[in-house]
Design a protein around this ligand. Structure first.
Ligand code: TRP
Length: 449
């Protein structure tokens, strides 16, 4: 589709807000605490931070570079940069990952709507920690509610994506993300002043080196990719909407810092409460949903804070789901030459089918198991810990070894118009450090070496 002006972000803040909107989401507030809780606490955080700096930033900048230089969806981008070569497979893998991620991520987004609803009707009021536990497990094992909320969320996502980039995605993210940040800070203050908060902070910040395992490191890598929205072409797609005048290096750095900050702040809100209320840190996917309502009960104005919080959480999830759906829609509309509307409809229908199974993973389809993982767990693990690192590996290899330093430099400096003093460091990272780190962590984590 070569017709007319390609849709693009309208302002610098809009770019950062949209990319940060993609990155910041349930990955930070729901997934980060639960994965950290299952993987030894502080040691996980330490490895996570190292991997984000060494691997995350180079992959993100590589994606922006590929996207902006080709103005294409991930599949089309590789086709354009390396015609007749099999690199387009990396793009295709990203599209497949997008389907899988949306299918389980939107399910959790649906849970946030249920919790928003419960907050509004004051459904947590006066419940004990045990009762809050039961409430979550009961809801999730239900037949219709998780599926219904999932479908509603899918519909909301599709509705925004149909409206396009500037009038849809950018408009919403720009206003709402700063709010979320402030509210998490408020919750942090409450959490660290709970009696017994210290235990939680120790768990989060004090690395216990005896708890490192190959699996922990792979989980940290997977979480880093997931949280930064990298490894499947979301940021190739967003990069394709970024104006040539923007400094991509700055954008990547700012987005990474913002994303990491929110994850750590979420941890500071959650873990003191986990210990103060005697919740198991390794409680898994329900962790946040079992902890937050208890914090709100302990806050003056808890009712109103809980309503605002779950609203913002749902919105943070929405700015992420739209970025994933956008990848599939850009692919369909550009490669099949169909309208944005038709592409959105097609993509949404396909994801909805897959997602119904994920939403019912504790209910209708609870019987579907592979190695004690349900369908939801399989989608979560496979995408974050396998498909994203694999995609990220090929993306940095491509930018480091195949795209050509001149082309990369031209893109990062806008053909010499702006400075990119970090170029040598970036080239070193994408050629050697990032691919090696990913390969080692990956093979080690899967037990291959
Ligand atoms: N990063 C988002 C979050 O943390 C989720 C997300 C959006 C994502 N786009 C992605 C994850 C692409 C992996 C790949 O909530």
């Amino acid at each position: 589709m070569e017709t007319g002006q390609r849709d693009s972000f309208g302002s610098r803040f809009g770019v950062i807000a949209a990319a940060a909107g993609s990155a910041i989401g349930l990955g930070n507030i729901w997934r980060f605490p639960y994965v950290l809780g299952e993987n030894g606490g502080g040691i996980f955080l330490l490895i996570y931070l190292l991997l984000v700096a060494m691997v995350g930033i180079p992959v993100m900048l590589s994606e922006f570079t590929i996207g902006r230089s080709t103005q294409r969806n991930p599949y089309g981008a590789f086709r354009r940069l390396a015609p007749e070569k099999p690199w387009f497979l990396v793009g295709l893998m990203g599209i497949v990952a997008a389907f899988m991620i949306l299918a389980f991520y939107t399910v959790v987004a649906g849970w946030t709507l249920e919790y928003l609803y419960q907050a509004v009707i004051n459904g947590f009021r006066g419940l004990s920690s045990d009762e809050i536990n039961v409430m979550f497990d009961h809801f999730r094992a239900g037949t219709f509610r998780p599926i219904l909320w999932f479908l509603i969320f899918m519909f909301m996502t599709a509705w925004i994506v149909v409206s396009g980039i500037r009038k849809g995605i950018e408009k919403y993210t720009k206003v709402l993300m700063p709010f979320l940040f402030v509210l998490i800070l408020v919750m942090d203050v409450r959490a660290v002043t709970l009696p017994g908060a210290m235990e939680g902070l120790k768990f989060l910040f004090r690395p216990d080196f005896s708890k490192v395992s190959a699996e922990t490191i792979l989980e940290a890598l997977g979480q880093g990719f997931f949280s930064l929205s990298i490894g499947m072409g979301t940021l190739i797609t967003y990069g394709s909407y970024i104006n040539k005048k923007e400094r991509l290096g700055n954008a990547a750095l700012n987005v990474t810092i913002a994303d990491t900050l929110i994850a750590v702040l979420a941890g500071i809100a959650i873990f003191p409460a986990v210990f103060a209320f005697g919740i198991e840190p390794g409680a898994g996917t329900g962790l946040v949903f079992k902890t937050l309502p208890l914090i709100f009960q302990e806050m003056p104005g808890g009712y109103i804070f809980s309503v605002i919080f779950f609203l913002l959480l749902a919105i943070a999830a929405l700015t992420s789901t739209i970025s994933v759906l956008e990848v599939i829609v850009a692919f369909f509309s550009e490669e099949l030459n169909i309208t944005r509307r038709a592409a959105t409809l097609l993509a949404t229908a396909a994801v909805a089918i897959l997602g119904i199974f994920a939403a019912g993973s504790w209910g209708w389809f609870a019987g579907m198991h592979v190695k004690n993982q349900n369908f939801f767990g399989i989608l979560d693990f496979t995408t974050a810990n396998i498909l994203l690192p694999l995609g990220g590996f090929f993306i940095v290899i491509f930018v480091g070894w195949f795209m050509g330093t001149d082309r990369v430099r031209a893109e990062l400096t806008n053909r010499g118009e702006i400075k990119a003093a970090y170029m040598p460091v970036f080239v070193f990272l994408v050629r050697f450090v990032a691919p090696l780190a990913i390969a080692l962590v990956f093979m080690n984590g899967l037990g291959w070496i």
